[in-house]
Design a binder for this molecule. Structure first.
Ligand SMILES: Cc1cc2nc3c(=O)[nH]c(=O)nc-3n(C[C@H](O)[C@H](O)[C@H](O)COP(=O)(O)OP(=O)(O)OC[C@H]3O[C@@H](n4cnc5c(N)ncnc54)[C@H](O)[C@@H]3O)c2cc1C
Length: 370
């Protein structure tokens, strides 16, 4: 490597790591930044996700996390515009909205509607006649449906675009895993990779489900583990569905542009298990077909497994380390890391550049003495 002394070294080549590099370079072009990580990691969450931008379907309480996710959704249109202008790599992004069919929400239905009203969440209640007019391919079983002002992105294109933008902005991309660090008691000097030691002033640990393994090499213990999700993608004509749909233990995410519909997903606490089970995939398709019957006979394009990085309290771990002066974290984004991408990039950049007034306590690495 020609220049081996970086201002910031980011460990993790997913959307989280690359978006931090992107934001830093946009604010301070002169910064010398490296992103380290294996871009072909087949369990990487960033390429495995469905790309739903769904703070309202996912959150049930108006806490800090909800606020952070909501803000991130608001930032998305501008973020995508800026990213694509830099990278030249297009990203499918839509604010068409999501649908929540009442048939799958049972007793919690009225509670959901109340929450949406209280929090002034953009939504509309569609009676069955309206549903048939707006979404004729949806099953009649769905009943009353909530339309919610959420978004959808093709997360693989998002990742491609971030990698391309980082390259264009002069970020050094080192496609290698980090195996350890050279450090003293209070600071890190180098990340150790196959090609040698890579020296940096600041380090960001953004390694998704593998963050605990890296934390161990730093002699800290991060209560974070992978939660496996099995998924598949079916070939369906774009015009069958314009919206993302949240159902019972299932969702349908249209990627459009001829890329079909993503059907998800399981939530399995099975370590780094990479297997994809045919029976599980068939169950996912069957549940999704109860919502959109045309899925029953749609050709399967692919099925896969990905790992969600989940901290013990299911909150992201973002901010400055309390153990090492020059270490920062952005991990634990669990089920919503694609959604959080723009806001966490801004948040981490402001922490790294020391422009943030106050870190969010609920996300702070200090809660685990990291
Ligand atoms: C099945 C599934 C569906 C999902 N659906 C959605 C969704 O619809 N909407 C949403 O918002 N979120 C969704 N998510 C969550 C989202 O994908 C994640 O929260 C997000 O992608 C996390 O990004 P990341 O960059 O932190 O992790 P990852 O994408 O997992 O990237 C981690 C990176 O770290 C690298 N790495 C690991 N170890 C090392 C090492 N030792 N040295 C160097 N690099 C290392 C890996 O190679 C990889 O590049 C889903 C996740 C899954 C699995």
């Amino acid at each position: 490597m020609k220049n081996n002394d970086f201002d910031v070294i980011i460990i993790g080549a997913g959307v989280i790591g690359f978006s931090i590099a992107f934001r830093l370079k946009r604010i301070r072009p002169a910064l010398n930044i490296a992103v380290l990580g294996d871009p072909m990691n087949s369990l990487m969450a960033s390429r495995a996700a469905a790309g739903m931008l769904a703070p309202f379907g996912e959150c049930k309480r108006a806490d800090k996390f909800f606020g952070f996710c909501r803000e991130s959704l608001e930032k998305y249109p501008e973020f995508i515009e800026e990213l694509v202008a830099v990278s030249g790599v297009p990203v499918f992004f839509s604010m068409q909205g999501s649908l929540m069919p009442s048939a799958f929400y049972g007793d919690s239905w009225e509670e959901r509607k109340r929450f949406f009203l209280e929090e002034k969440i953009p939504h509309k209640v569609w009676q069955p006649e309206k549903v048939r007019a707006k979404v004729p391919y949806l099953s009649e079983q769905c009943g009353e449906v909530l339309w919610v002002g959420e978004g959808q992105v093709n997360n693989r294109q998002l990742h491609d675009s971030l990698v391309a933008a980082a390259g264009k902005l002069g970020v050094t991309i080192v496609e290698e895993n980090v195996t350890g660090f050279i450090k003293d008691k209070s600071a890190i000097e180098c990340a150790v990779a196959d090609s040698g030691n890579i020296k940096g002033k600041k380090f960001v640990l953004a390694s998704g489900s593998w963050s605990q393994q890296l934390a161990e090499t730093l002699k800290v213990s991060m209560p974070l583990k992978p939660i496996k999700g099995q998924m598949c993608r079916l070939q369906v004509e774009d015009n069958r569905l314009d919206y993302t749909v949240h159902g019972l233990l299932t969702y349908i995410a249209p990627w459009r542009g001829g890329h079909g519909f993503v059907i998800g997903s399981t939530m399995e606490d099975r370590g780094f298990d990479a297997s994809v089970e045919e029976t599980v995939i068939q169950e996912l398709i069957a549940r999704a077909a109860d919502i959109l019957p045309c899925l029953r006979d749609a050709p399967l394009i692919e099925s896969w497994t990905g790992l969600r990085p989940a901290a013990e309290d299911l909150m992201p771990v973002m901010g400055k380390s309390v153990r090492y002066d020059n270490l920062f974290y952005s991990t634990g984004h669990y089920r919503n890391g694609i959604l959080q991408t723009p806001n966490q990039a801004d948040y981490l950049a402001s922490i790294l550049l020391e422009t943030l007034q106050e870190e969010i306590a609920e996300f702070s690495p200090s809660r685990y003495q990291l």
